[in-house]
Design a protein around this ligand. Sequence first.
Ligand SMILES: Cc1cc2nc3c(=O)[nH]c(=O)nc-3n(C[C@H](O)[C@H](O)[C@H](O)COP(=O)(O)OP(=O)(O)OC[C@H]3O[C@@H](n4cnc5c(N)ncnc54)[C@H](O)[C@@H]3O)c2cc1C
Length: 556
Amino acid sequence: MANSVANLVETRRDQIFPTFTAAQLARLHHFGQRTPLRAGEVLIEPGQRFGGIVVVLSGALEVVRPGIDGEGPVTVHRPGQFAGEISALRGAGAFVRVRVLESGEAIAIDHQGLQRLVQGDAELSELLMRAFILRRMGLINQEQGDVVLIGSGHSASTLRLRQFLGRNGFPYVSMDVDRDPDVAALLERFNVGIDEVPVILCRGETVLKNPSNEQLADCLRMNPEIDDAAVRDLIVIGAGPAGLAAAVYGASEGLDVLVLETTAPGGQAGTSSKIENYLGFPTGISGQALAGRALVQAQKFGADVSVAGTVVRLLCHRRPYRIELASGRVVHARTIVVATGAEYRPLAIANLSQFVGAGVYYAATYLEAQICKGEEVVVVGGGNSAGQAAVFLAGNCRRVNLLVRSSGLAASMSRYLIRRIEESPNITLRPFTEITALEGNGRLERVAWRTQGQGEAETRDIEHVFLMTGAVPNAKWLEGWVALDERGFVRTGSDLSAEDLAATRWPLARAPHLLETSRPGIFAVGDVRAGSIKRVAAAVGEGSAAVQFVHRALQE
Ligand SMILES: Cc1cc2nc3c(=O)[nH]c(=O)nc-3n(C[C@H](O)[C@H](O)[C@H](O)COP(=O)(O)OP(=O)(O)OC[C@H]3O[C@@H](n4cnc5c(N)ncnc54)[C@H](O)[C@@H]3O)c2cc1C
């Protein structure tokens, strides 16, 4: 990993640490204030919501990364260079300490100035955005810092926290009680028992024992400070491809947009190792990279994105609409885009839940692939997501058993994936086969499956099962508020019947717009919508199209 960071810095140094020309510096002056730099002064502390950038005119700034064993150097910014990272754009806590190394002068650009700059100056915006993204990649790859997760590869909570930090692109150090010899001493130093893992050591100050995602996000200041009293033009619920598209188009067209997301931007697509059929990416792109870019784009246009908060209730008796989160937080919006997507249907096996994260997984990303390296695994499902997972895991695992209920894959999977499965010698397709039992003590140890027409179930010592079966919509919380179909997906536009509209007392003379639910100004897009095509491109298309009708609803 150290090598890949060195390579990144070496090959892209000019992009990571650009030096502005005199003409560019003159333009930067319009967005900030000249400020003196005094040697030794600390300008930015980790965790501080600094929200801006500092451009060096004379003197120098040193950037260091505090860790549990002291500071590590990151870089030194000389005249013409700037200090700042993607968290500045987001209004979230910084990761590094920025200190004045040599006295001089700088242009300090605050959050509003930075927003105006990235939206108003195309050339400077490109330089800054590229540097922001590359700097974050460098920080993540370094695997250093003052946020340490101590956990176990066999614990579901550890996996949850790793997924949460990883999918939110948050740099942290991961230590495993079963593998890292230094863990015992570290736990002792922070007075934590080995039975209390997973724990997060947060900036050497706070110890969080098995925190919820929300507690962790608060401690790390992952979210910007948001004024919950404000009435937003548009609140987007869910930050998968559909929600992110609505945020990008809404914010870029001048709407005041807030996005609320349960876990991390990307949704289901964020759990895909490689999406190969999304227009414009002929060599494929990982779902997380796609989501990361879309997130930055939404933030560039000024959308606020808040993670680790689940919407549990929608009150639409009157406008503005009221949205309630599990934490008790309440926000208001004139219009809403519901983009909460879908998730895999769990198998009907009584003890399934005790193995989720401890041998049973609903995603096949780099993180999960590391856990089952060199081992035999099971993938359940006959759709594209199961096919992708099987092919991806085959590169890393000894054997992949692909279990499908039907006779084969032709009816449910893209041809290119079927071909790759056929060409992978370590993937065994098992048609007419279903899991009948999961066994283990604390973690999955054995799997039993039965193949139609072959009598007794077969039990194998397999410790990893990837479930990629049909999806159920994340729309239960909308029951009673907007019309749903018989499977729980949200009905929109011309799919709404007269009874649906009567049941929710549709108040307008006009019929619902395309993508509009049975409540005016509330739209549903992507996988959560009844009749949607379950594809990234379709979700992105619907998210962006909905914004056109949001404008109309705002004028009513
Ligand atoms: C492993 C995998 C591989 C795939 N590969 C491909 C592919 O190669 N090509 C392709 O076109 N499609 C692929 N798909 C399908 C594609 O990812 C989905 O169609 C797409 O992600 C749907 O986008 P969405 O925004 O509608 O919903 P989702 O992606 O499901 O996103 C919904 C978001 O809403 C959030 N949310 C849910 N409930 C709440 C709540 N109450 N409050 C706040 N937030 C909430 C969720 O956390 C989630 O982030 C794949 C799917 C999977 C799982």
